[in-house]
Design a protein around this ligand. Structure first.
Ligand SMILES: Nc1ncnc2c1ncn2[C@@H]1O[C@H](COP(=O)(O)OP(=O)(O)OP(=O)(O)O)[C@@H](O)[C@H]1O
Ligand SMILES: [Mg+2]
Length: 250
């Protein structure tokens, strides 16, 4: 379970909150889609959750553990797939997985079993011995996803995970997200791909200019607006553009 309570982030000397009092709870067994236009605050929220950034205000907990007060304990509960594939290029895929397993103190037997399982699922077994430098963008994304699952975390956090994946890889990832949730994990991800969110998520939240503006199951949100699709709803709600800097008009 993850919980944001009034989580706020103001970067440096900015006069505007990149994340403005986000209050949101995502339960166990839930696939949660975090939607919003460019610059809405999705990555900021995720970086606060994973402990990469400190909140200016508010509290964030993972399975009841405060990420600011107990960062190490909280991090152990999270598997994180960031939005960029800046990785350890010199390692092979397998070495990277071992590195992640070492970091989280995963036993030999468990790491072997999980590596084999996920390499198979993501069709990466053949490439596991190659250096990450030689991987395509999608392959890097896949090995990062496997690395994030090596310690069997109860919370899986992914920032724009579908970007750069071909349809088959994207399908495999979505299946695994559903599987993890079925096993009781909390799966929290950001996306721009609205039709994916509509089909995959148990719940979605729409964020715009740092503020959560709508939250619920995709069916709920859509039924509240007659027969609008999630895409139409999203466009309507985020109409005024993404960021202050862009002035909100084209
Ligand atoms: N390191 C930073 N320093 C200052 N401002 C930042 C920083 N990172 C993000 N911002 C600002 O915070 C706001 C939210 O950015 P964020 O990256 O969280 O958006 P996002 O929803 O993830 O967007 P995208 O869909 O483009 O990934 C933007 O206005 C951005 O300019
Ligand atoms: Mg982002």
């Amino acid at each position: 379970m993850i919980s944001f309570e009034g989580a706020t982030k103001i970067y440096g000397k900015s006069d505007r909150a990149a994340l403005d009092h986000l209050t949101l709870t995502v339960g166990d067994g839930c696939v949660y889609g975090f939607l919003g236009p460019n610059g809405a605050g999705k990555t900021t929220a995720i970086r606060l959750l994973t402990g990469a950034l400190r909140a200016t205000e508010g509290k964030i907990t993972v399975n009841g553990i405060d990420v600011a007060a107990n960062p190490v304990e909280a991090k152990k509960l999270i598997g994180f797939v960031p939005d960029s594939q800046e990785m350890y290029d010199k390692l092979t895929g397998r070495e990277y997985l071992n590195f992640m397993a070492d970091l989280f103190g995963v036993s030999r037997a468990d790491r072997k079993a999980r590596s084999e399982k996920y390499l198979e699922i993501f069709e990466m077994t053949g490439a596991a011995g190659d250096r990450i430098a030689s991987y395509s963008r999608g392959m890097k994304q896949k090995i990062a996803s496997i690395g994030a699952l090596i310690h069997n975390p109860p919370v899986w956090v992914l920032d724009e995970p579908m970007v750069g994946l071909d349809p088959r890889a994207s399908f495999l990832l979505k299946e695994e997200m559903k599987n993890r949730a079925r096993e009781g994990a909390t799966v929290f991800f950001s996306t721009h791909v609205l039709e994916v969110a509509e089909r995959l998520c148990d719940r979605v939240g729409i964020i715009n200019r740092g503020k959560l503006i709508l939250e619920g199951s995709p069916e709920e949100l859509v039924s509240r607006r007659g027969d609008a699709s999630l895409e139409e709803l999203f466009l309507e709600l985020t109409e005024s553009g993404s960021t202050e800097e862009e002035g909100g008009s084209k």
